[in-house]
Design a protein around this ligand. Structure first.
Ligand SMILES: [Zn+2]
Length: 208
């Protein structure tokens, strides 16, 4: 059991502290519910996401935790956090986006590496639109519109996918040479055995 729920006012309250869940956990495959009210529970979820992102990073010296979606800590609500500075590991602040929606995905389709805190040790070359427009609410309730390109666009699309139960591996599932793993020096190297490590790996896809 990795979470405790308590009933307050007739409904189940989120009462972390959660941990990052990984495939094949079914909660990663659910469509998350819209947040109707930004209350203390939502703030608590966001605080835990921030903390767990940074805890994860401590154990992953070659990687930066760029973003996270609430389903990754087992909470199926439409909340994501995105790192404010993706270059500098020392700058560890995140912006939370609530009910983020893709208004438009356009521009060239670009292919680049992606990894996911919920898909341990597997990386992939994933094609994505390079320009997006997003609508969301900030933690204080303000509605914002974000125009993003390249790495930030990729990150936002990856995280919003999580809210619909979609993982980056789904986009490249049938492309053997799109999959990578990390060696002990922190370099990404192609997986040795696509069929065993990817295609037939029940830990990735669960029981289908
Ligand atoms: Zn992810």
């Amino acid at each position: 059991m990795d979470s405790i729920g308590i009933y307050r006012g007739g409904r189940l309250w989120y009462n972390g502290l959660m941990k990052i869940i990984t495939t094949p956990d079914a909660r990663l495959r659910e469509r998350s519910a819209k947040v109707s009210k930004i209350d203390d529970e939502v703030s608590k979820i966001i605080a835990d996401m921030r903390k767990l992102s940074l805890d994860w990073e401590k154990d992953h010296p070659y990687e930066l935790s760029a973003a996270m979606a609430a389903p990754q800590i087992g909470v199926n609500k439409r909340i994501i956090i995105v790192r404010d500075d993706m270059e500098d590991k020392k700058k560890a602040t995140f912006t939370a986006l609530i009910n983020p929606e893709v208004i438009k995905a356009e521009g060239k389709i670009k292919t680049d590496y992606e990894g996911c805190l919920s898909v341990p040790a597997i990386y992939g070359m994933v094609p994505r639109a390079s320009k997006v427009r997003i609508k969301a609410r900030l933690e204080d309730g303000t509605e914002v519109r974000i125009k993003a390109t390249d790495e930030l666009a990729r990150t936002l699309l990856h995280e919003i996918d999580h809210l619909d139960g979609v993982l980056f591996i789904d986009h490249i599932r049938d492309i053997p040479d799109a999959f990578y793993t990390m060696n002990d020096k922190g370099d990404l190297v192609p997986v040795k055995d696509y069929e065993k490590e990817i295609r037939d790996n029940k830990k990735l896809w669960g029981e289908e």
